[in-house]
Design a protein around this ligand. Structure first.
Ligand code: PLP
Length: 372
């Protein structure tokens, strides 16, 4: 039977992700538009975005948080190009984005001493191989496989190397052990459903120490530079951006942060994402034709929830189209480099009630495609 009840918001894309419940463009402040981002007003809003990020995420006081260009990719490349090269690197990857960082470490930075720990889609590499004497590069949540790092226990508290963590689809939805992380990056459009444009770069005191005591052997374009004359450019972490930011995207992010606080902050955000995953888990338990791409429950992502379906790839594509055409779930196909399947964003801005309304549609689309 074709369902009749559609999700109120069918935006299940894994980036840009669903706007927060109750979102209204008209509710955004517009007094910064057309003003200089370096005016006291503009700077105060950028500084507020930094301060509220720290507050909601509980980032330790000694850590720097900066707004940088080019979304999460910009922030993570910035971290790698500024910090790597001082020590050997242990790189862990298990899906497309992690692979991308490995490509840059090996083919662009051409680092001579790299140990690569790779796993197939659905699995995690052996994290216990990470050496505290070396820098460690990894992605907290593999958005394209739905496989996440379960915790930070494998990272040595007394490490000498730095940990560089792409956490864009994890922060605001998963517990981050900040003391184990030295350079963390994310974007605004993921878990809080903000607008794409800027990246966030979080640096531990030890990462700052590396920046001020080590000079990479390669040139750094202006857009990547975090130091001047060997000193940290502190102003980047106080709201003076390297180049012009979008003040509209900034207001949108502030709106998302205010919503996050209003619903109870980080614990509530994490709980919402987990409730969404739980709704899918009970569906999968009673439907043998669908299974999580993530092989182990403990590394199963609660944000980018990825599935394999017992159908040929072409038919899975038809399911994705049907779900989109029916406005039951928009943009729910697997990432282009991932095994064919379905992916539903289940971050904090997604309502569990919408996931529940989607499930009968999923069953319907499967049957429609199968009998065709
Ligand atoms: C884990 C991960 N890293 C990097 C990126 C790229 O992020 P951006 O498009 O914000 O640069 C994404 C985007 O989905 C991602 O999920």
């Amino acid at each position: 039977m074709k369902p009749t009840n559609r999700p109120a918001l069918a935006t299940f894309s894994s980036g840009p992700c669903a706007k927060r419940p109750g979102y209204s463009l008209a509710a955004l402040a517009t007094d910064t538009l057309g003003r200089s981002h370096r005016s006291s007003l503009g700077k105060s809003r950028l500084a507020k975005a930094i301060a509220e990020t720290k507050a909601v995420l509980g980032i330790p006081s000694g850590y720097r948080v900066g707004i940088v260009p080019a979304s999460d990719t910009g922030a993570f490349e910035m971290a790698m190009w500024n910090l790597l090269g001082a020590r050997g690197v242990d790189a862990f990857c298990w899906e497309s984005f992690g692979e991308g960082w490995v490509t840059d470490i090996q083919k662009q930075l051409k680092l001579p001493d790299v140990r690569l720990f790779r796993a197939d889609y659905g699995h995690l590499p052996d994290l216990s191989q990470a050496s505290g004497d070396r820098d460690v590069v990894f992605t907290w949540n593999g958005t394209t496989s739905g496989v996440k790092v379960p915790d930070g226990d494998w990272i040595a508290a007394d490490r000498k190397g730095l940990t560089l963590c792409d956490a864009t689809s994890a922060v605001f939805a998963m517990d981050m052990p900040w003391a184990k992380l030295d350079a963390v990056t994310f974007s605004w459009q993921k878990v809080l459903g903000g607008e794409a444009a800027h990246g966030m770069l979080v640096l531990s005191p030890r990462a700052v120490e590396r920046l001020t005591t080590y000079k990479p052997a390669w040139p750094l374009p202006k857009i990547f530079r975090l130091t001047k004359g060997g000193a940290l450019m502190e102003e980047i972490f106080e709201g003076s951006t390297i180049n012009t930011p979008s003040m509209l995207a900034t207001e949108d992010y502030l709106d998302a942060l205010a919503w996050a606080k209003s619903i109870g902050g980080l614990p509530a955000l994490i709980q919402r994402s987990q409730a969404n995953l739980a709704a899918f888990e009970s569906f999968v338990a009673s439907h043998p034709w669908i299974r999580f791409l993530a092989r182990e429950a403990r590394s199963r992502s609660s944000t980018s929830v990825c599935f394999l379906v017992e159908l040929p790839a072409e038919q899975v594509k038809k399911m994705v189209k049907l779900l989109g055409d029916e406005k039951a779930a928009l943009d729910c196909g697997a990432y282009k480099d991932a095994p064919p399947g379905l992916r539903f964003w289940c971050g904090a801005t997604v309502e569990r009630s919408d996931v529940e309304k989607l499930l009968p549609w999923l069953e319907w689309a499967y049957e429609e495609v199968r009998k065709a």
